[in-house]
Ligand binder design. Structure first.
Ligand SMILES: Cc1ncc(COP(=O)(O)O)c(C=O)c1O
Length: 357
């Protein structure tokens, strides 16, 4: 890989929007900080890394991203402890994953030093936007788009990598009701399900809106071939607690390799909780719901951290999950354990915290 040594240039915003933001009443992803990081790929290399005031950008209507969806992204968070120290959670995983996504979409991989230098410089400039306190965070959205103005269906020769930041409270705070897919699919064998490709999300909006009309916030996707195996939700991996055992689907080229998911699998081991990573059939979970052994279902992902699931429907059969509010739920245990690590409130024995100095 080429060695990238350009210094990141910084243009500081003359004004700040922060005074106008009500941090106690944030809608996810609507407010953005004062700065953003931008780097362009041209002539076969990434160049001109810069931090600049957050602003609208212009692209030609023929930019390939608008036509062929050559776009990938990441979702990660920065946290502040009560001493004002800023932390990222397992950021190398996000770095590796965005490049894996890019490679799948025939896009150039981004250099590690620019990723971390850009991110850290941005966080230092916009540090006031990260509020201390468990539940507060700054959501970070690195993404890459194909900018070349040309509408032939082939990979672009120019790209833009950017990072924008949005203050957040964890969303889906209350339990969600989900519909198990039996017709539409999110991804297929050999497809792009394991990539954080923009089009994966667009493809879910229509079936999810149908589920929402029926009173369900999310869809839990099943395998495209048979719709018999449970896979993941729209922006979350899913865990099932049957009696005291956790089960989650294995990753594959259809499922996003979630960082929260892999952290929970590790934490379960640390806490002495059995966690099976294996295929799970819809039938198995319906039977467990019927015989009372299904104690909990929850989603896991950066945005929501852990999101308890209170009910699921499959082919017009509705199942309510009674243990969802239990004080000793695994969902609460894992959420608190993760938040404590993220906010520097507990020991970090796996070295997951990354301090931004
Ligand atoms: C499809 C999908 N699955 C799972 C996840 C959870 O992944 P992570 O825990 O890395 O946020 C996300 C969110 O990034 C997602 O978009």
């Amino acid at each position: 890989m080429a060695i990238y040594t350009d210094k990141i240039s910084v243009e500081v915003s003359k004004t700040s929007k922060i005074e106008n933001v009500d941090f106690s009443d944030l809608t996810f992803g609507r407010v953005f900080t004062d700065h953003m990081f931008v780097c362009d790929y041209e002539d076969g290399k990434w160049q001109n890394p810069k931090i600049m005031p957050y602003q609208a950008m212009t692209f030609e209507p023929s930019a390939r991203v608008f036509h062929y969806g050559q776009a990938v992204f990441e979702g990660m968070k920065a946290y502040k402890d009560d001493d004002g120290k800023v932390f990222l959670f397992r950021p190398k995983q996000n770095f590796n994953r965005i490049n894996k996504s890019s490679a799948r979409l025939a896009m150039p991989v981004f250099p590690e030093n620019y990723f971390f230098e850009g991110l850290e410089a941005l966080l230092k400039l916009d540090s006031d936007w990260i509020k201390p306190g468990v539940g507060n965070s700054l959501y970070l959205r690195p993404f890459v788009i194909a900018t070349e103005p040309a509408i032939s269906a082939s990979p672009a020769s120019t790209y833009r990598f950017m990072i924008i930041c949005s203050p957040a409270k964890s969303y889906y705070n209350s339990a969600v009701r989900v519909l198990i897919a039996d017709h539409y699919s999110r991804s297929a064998n050999g497809g792009v399900g394991a990539a954080k490709a923009a089009g994966n999300y667009a493809a879910q909006f229509y079936p999810t809106s149908l589920a929402q009309q029926k009173g369900f916030q999310q869809v839990v996707w099943t395998d495209a071939d048979t719709h018999t195996f449970l896979e993941e939700a729209g922006t979350m991996n899913v865990f099932f607690r049957v009696n005291d055992k956790l089960i989650t689907a294995p990753t594959s080229d259809r499922i996003l390799d979630g960082i929260t998911r892999k952290s929970i699998i590790q934490l379960a081991e640390d806490l002495g909780i059995t966690c099976e990573v294996r295929q799970i059939t819809v039938e198995e979970i319906k039977n467990a719901a019927k015989d009372g052994s299904l104690k909990e279902v929850f989603g896991a992902g950066t945005a929501a951290v852990i999101s308890p699931i209170s009910a699921f429907e499959h082919q017009d059969e509705l199942f309510e999950i009674s243990g969802v509010d239990a004080e000793d739920s695994y969902a609460k245990l894992f959420k608190q354990t993760l938040l404590n690590i993220q906010h520097n409130l507990s020991e970090d024995k796996h070295g997951w915290r990354h301090e931004v100095k």
